[in-house]
Design a binder for this molecule. Structure first.
Ligand SMILES: *Cc1c(COP(=O)(O)O)cnc(C)c1O
Length: 371
């Protein structure tokens, strides 16, 4: 067994083994009910990074009774599949939502189970993603010439052993119209020992490969994680990070600035900042949408543009991702555009003289929301 497999096999999966629980038998009994609905996993590397109860890492992986609150509400605002992924699956476990790219679930297990996971309905249960669904997914891509980009997701594709990953990547690479392969993974930040020279040798055979990783808090970037990211970057893989805005974990500008700075230092480009999805069992993590705009406003211009992610809502019901920006256009017409810069000063940009200027100015919908 490799080191990462040992760390994974020594995961906390039972309530009794959870770190820093209140010393109450009654509370444990109630938590058992939560764990029956939504499984627990904290691998032993990640467990070792948790320093105290309610710290930002603890909150991401230790269940609380709030997860069952959404079942009591009769509004049915929060649902099992808020993005309606199941409705966009031409074959099981492959989501085809956008014209030219698909999301393929390679397994449904993860190095940790995030309490706020958008796929809470699937993760950690047996028999959802199988050899058969994977075979059908790859076959679908082979028969769909419009698909030029695949995102391997799940679950976490990097929990698949090297040999099998090699086989999956080889099959995908044999599809001539498939241009890029992205790997959506939380492994580098939560089980960095999985990033080995052998894995990198496998990945390198199938370039262009991109990584969309997942980091929520600066405390996740440890020396082990730094080693993993550097190894991946040296393999020639462009590294991006996705972050979920989470109440009590990272919903303030200082934490987010520290996170993006630490990411850039390990050669990871912040890609998306997600407004939390409307997933059943995760309501207690949601923040006001304005909080995300405030964070972007506090980053934009104040630090490296490279470090500013796109703030997006993945729209309930399956409309895909929509980017939101804090307002910067005060006014625009055929003569000029009036904008506000990062520290609130107003500037004017004169338009070129164009015979169609009036029509062009009227037909565009520059965002004019006040910041
Ligand atoms: C997020 C997502 C993608 C990829 O979106 P990009 O904006 O290209 O990163 C593709 N398919 C699905 C279903 C997604 O949720």
């Amino acid at each position: 067994m490799e080191e990462w497999q040992k760390l994974l096999s020594r995961s906390v999966v039972k309530v009794d083994d959870l770190p820093f629980l209140p010393d109450s038998e009654e509370y444990r009994k109630k938590l058992e009910k939560v764990a029956e609905v939504f499984p627990i996993r904290i691998n032993s590397y990640f467990l070792g990074q948790i320093k105290e109860p309610n710290d930002p890492l603890w909150k991401q992986v230790v269940p609380t009774l709030e997860e069952l609150d959404d079942f009591l509400s009769d509004e049915e605002l929060l649902v099992e599949d808020p993005l309606n992924e199941e409705g966009d699956m031409p074959v099981p476990e492959l989501v085809h939502r956008y014209p030219d790219r698909v999301l393929l679930m390679v397994n449904n297990h993860c190095p940790i189970i995030c309490r706020f996971c958008t796929r809470k309905r699937k993760i950690g249960f047996p028999g959802i993603v199988t050899r058969e669904t994977l075979r059908k997914g790859i076959e679908y891509i082979r028969n769909s010439p419009e698909v030029r980009d695949v995102i391997l997701s799940g679950g976490d594709p990097l929990l698949v052993p090297d040999k099998e990953l090699d086989r999956i990547l080889a099959e995908l690479r044999s599809i001539p119209h498939l241009e890029i392969i992205r790997i959506g993974t939380r492994v580098p930040g939560t089980l960095p020992q999985r990033i080995t020279p052998e894995l990198c040798r496998t990945l390198k055979k199938y370039h262009p490969i991109y990584f969309n990783m997942h980091f929520n808090h600066p405390a996740e970037i440890t020396p082990e994680v730094e080693r993993a990211c550097n190894l991946l970057a040296d393999t020639g893989i462009p590294l991006g990070s996705q972050t979920v805005l989470l109440k009590g974990v990272n919903d303030n500008s200082q934490t987010m600035r520290e996170l993006v700075h630490k990411l850039l230092r390990v050669r990871v480009k912040p890609y998306y900042l997600f407004q939390a999805d409307m997933t059943l069992g995760t309501n207690h993590f949601r923040t006001m949408v304005e909080k995300g705009l405030e964070i972007i406003r506090d980053l934009q211009g104040h630090t490296s543009g490279m470090g500013v992610p796109a703030f997006v809502i993945d729209t309930p019901g399956g409309g895909g991702k929509v980017r939101l920006l804090p307002g910067s256009v005060i006014e625009h017409n055929e003569h000029e555009v009036v904008v506000k810069n990062y520290d609130g000063k107003v500037y004017r940009y004169p338009q070129p003289r164009d015979p169609n200027a009036e029509e062009a100015a009227r037909s565009s919908d520059m965002c004019q929301l006040p910041a």
